[in-house]
Design a protein around this ligand. Structure first.
Ligand code: DQA
Length: 138
């Protein structure tokens, strides 16, 4: 299966950014672990700090991949445009958050994406990406 992982703004700094919340592992390192764990499948990774680039990637891949794992970072809480992009493509999209967004600031509790995604995983650290992939693989 072809599965695309998309990370949004500031997630390029994983491993360096607020490690007490997001841990010490860079996503590049974790992606290597994931790729070897799911070596029978084609995993792809895209990260951008720009809302339009995230939307473009969903448009570009969302008609051909078998699933998308999306951590939209702070755009989760602000972007109707990203929610519309998720709704526009046939690929199932799983929303992932590394931290437990419900146990943090109130503004993180609302997700514009949740209603258009198949489901959401929040607060389980990087493991959430693996769990999302396991759900996508029948
Ligand atoms: C996050 C949670 C968001 O609220 C935050 O803006 C992020 C990361 C997470 O993975 O826990 O950038 O999506």
């Amino acid at each position: 299966m072809k599965i695309l992982i998309i990370n949004g703004p500031n997630l390029n700094l994983l491993g360096k950014r607020e490690p007490e919340i997001y841990g010490n592992t860079s996503f590049e390192d974790y992606f290597e672990t994931l790729s070897s764990r799911f070596s029978d499948h084609q995993l792809m990774y895209f990260q951008s700090n720009h809302e339009g680039e995230l939307i473009d990637k969903i448009h570009e891949q969302g008609f051909s991949v078998d699933g998308i794992v999306l951590n939209a970072g702070a755009y989760t809480h602000t972007s109707i445009a990203l929610a519309d992009a998720v709704a526009a493509v046939p690929a199932p999209v799983i929303e992932v958050h590394i931290s437990n967004v419900h146990a943090r600031e109130v503004f993180r509790r609302h997700s514009y994406l949740a209603a258009t995604c198949k489901g959401s995983i929040t607060g389980l650290g990087l493991k959430g990406y693996e769990l999302a992939i396991r759900w996508l693989i029948p």
